[in-house]
Design a protein around this ligand. Structure first.
Ligand SMILES: NC(=O)C1=CN([C@@H]2O[C@H](COP(=O)(O)OP(=O)(O)OC[C@H]3O[C@@H](n4cnc5c(N)ncnc54)[C@H](O)[C@@H]3O)[C@@H](O)[C@H]2O)C=CC1
Ligand SMILES: CC(=O)C(=O)O
Ligand SMILES: [Mg+2]
Length: 479
């Protein structure tokens, strides 16, 4: 059991603030300020002197808090302390987002007219014409070689729902940053101000010549299925809906390792998937392809069963191909005797008493972001393995473990698509990063900072692409 992994909960781990304070040193000492902050539940992690005078000092105090109202408490108590003036409070997360998280920087310095003539007119024209004559040269002579578009319409952003294009940008910028940091891939965050399927398809097709791949992100189901299918049919570059396939790849990797921890074979387990949207459907298909036989889907309409007709054709497919025992009822009822819970729905939908009904050694993957279906602290004494999608807990099952490596592989072999074999290869690669002696309930999936992850995925993905005939180039290390 995961004893003591999730102490101090419920938490908003990682939330930290910088308090700028002016202090009259005749009236108050720093110790008084520190006491107020500590008593309100704040943890001082850094201190910077900004200005100092004979009677007055200005300091920046960086404080982390673990409860939602702590910062208001600190503010209230500091304001009532004589000799202290609270100049401002900055949320460090917002500070990090000022002006966005990515930028474009030139690769070539332009120092004189000769340089200018080469990178721009007149010489650039020769390069343009070379591409006109042989379009595949765009892959070598433009940013297409190493550039992916991260595209959303803002309709299903994390578990926040339809928050619109502008509000989706911080997530897309974050994904772009991760592409670059983990796989050296240049990624453009693009949010489209339309949720019309046809318009999204046309817009992406129109911008495709710039990119070596398209990473669709946070587009709600069932629209996302048509959009991805059409684009994959009509474009000759990989189109990959990250919430479907990235998530499925990482989930399978985590589940393979979790089942080794609890000693249950994949083909014998009963799995309940809660939230049959983009991620839930794709994860289920991947689990079925990996040999899981007994899966029950649960959404707002209850357990999906073949005894009901659904308007949503994807739910209809799901109902016809899963739930062999035709289970119905509440989430607690369908979880009775289940080995694994997979949450891809919304925060807080699972209760401790539901988990208590599961089979021995229950495995709970509560993957909704930012708030999981159940907080790990609530079940750490009864669940054998717990995973979430968040960066601040152990066992992070998040598509960030997949998309940098899978696109690195796809771009390096100029794959025309990312097929099932490549996804399965990626899942196995991720799982294999953890050795038999390392694997334990708190370590079923490697950290995103594990430098072996991207390399392991890339190698296996290129190999699978070559094997299945979708690679248009053999990377030099494969020759
Ligand atoms: N950890 C990870 O890597 C990833 C996590 N997610 C998370 O999974 C969730 C779903 O994402 P998408 O599939 O992209 O969204 P989606 O909008 O396509 O699907 C969400 C599904 O959850 C269902 N749902 C909502 N409330 C429910 C409830 N109370 N009980 C049962 N079902 C409910 C909806 O009806 C819908 O079918 C989000 O919270 C998202 O953050 C998604 C992708 C990756
Ligand atoms: C991780 C991710 O892509 C999501 O929660 O939507
Ligand atoms: Mg997403």
């Amino acid at each position: 059991m995961n004893q003591q992994l999730y102490t101090n909960q419920p938490s908003i781990a990682g939330k930290s603030f910088i308090l700028r304070l002016e202090m009259d040193t005749d009236q108050v000492q720093f110790a008084n300020v520190a006491k107020v902050i500590a008593e309100a539940g704040g943890d001082i992690i850094a201190l910077d002197m900004i200005q100092t005078g004979s009677q007055m000092t200005v300091r920046d105090i960086t404080v982390t808090v673990t409860k939602n109202d702590t910062i208001e408490q600190i503010e209230y108590h500091l304001k009532s302390l004589s000799g202290v003036r609270l100049l401002h409070i900055s949320d460090r997360t917002f500070l990090l987002h000022l002006g966005g998280k990515v930028e474009i920087s030139p690769k070539i310095p332009i120092q004189n007219r000769d340089d200018l003539s080469r990178v721009y007119t007149p010489d650039v024209a020769r390069v343009c014409l070379a591409i006109q004559e042989q379009p595949e040269k765009a892959h070598t002579l433009t940013i297409k070689r190493n550039t992916v578009a991260v595209i959303s319409d803002g309709s299903a952003v994390l578990g926040l729902g339809n928050i619109g294009a502008s509000a989706a940008m911080p997530v897309m910028e974050g994904k772009a940053l991760l592409f670059k940091q983990f796989a050296g891939i240049d990624a453009f965050p693009i949010c489209l101000d339309t949720q019309d399927t046809q318009q999204i398809i046309e817009t992406i097709k129109a911008m495709a010549p710039t990119f070596g791949g398209i990473n669709l992100e946070d587009i709600s189901s069932p629209r996302c299925f048509d959009i991805e299918k059409r684009l994959n049919e009509e474009l000759d570059i990989p189109v990959f809906h990250d919430d479907q396939h990235g998530t499925a790849v990482v989930l399978l990797a985590g589940l393979m390792n979790a089942m080794k921890v609890v000693g249950k074979p994949l083909d014998k387990i009963r799995v309940v998937v809660c939230g049959i949207g983009a991620a839930g459907l794709s994860c289920t298909k991947m689990l079925m392809a990996a040999g899981v036989k007994n899966i029950i889907g649960y959404d707002k309409a209850g357990a999906l069963t073949r005894d009901v007709q659904y308007d949503n054709p994807h739910w209809q497919w799901f109902a016809e191909n899963t739930n062999p025992e035709r289970k119905t009822g509440t989430i607690g009822e369908v979880l009775e005797g289940a080995d694994v819970f997979i949450g891809l729905s919304r925060g807080g939908v699972l209760k401790r008493e539901d988990v208590m009904k599961m089979a021995s050694q229950p495995v709970v993957f509560a993957m909704a972001n930012p708030d999981p279906e159940i907080h790990p602290a609530e079940i750490e004494d009864i669940a054998a393995v717990i995973a979430t999608g968040r960066s601040d807990y152990p066992n992070q099952i998040n598509n960030v473990l997949c998309f940098p490596g899978i696109f690195r592989g796809a771009l390096d072999c100029r794959a025309e698509t990312i097929n099932e074999e490549m996804k399965l290869a990626a899942a196995k690669a991720i799982a294999s990063v953890i050795s038999d002696h390392e694997r334990n309930p708190g370590y079923i999936i490697p950290s995103v900072f594990n430098q072996n992850v991207v390399q392991a995925i890339r190698t296996q993905v290129v190999d699978a692409a070559i094997r299945t005939g979708v690679a248009r180039k053999i990377p030099s290390d494969f020759k």
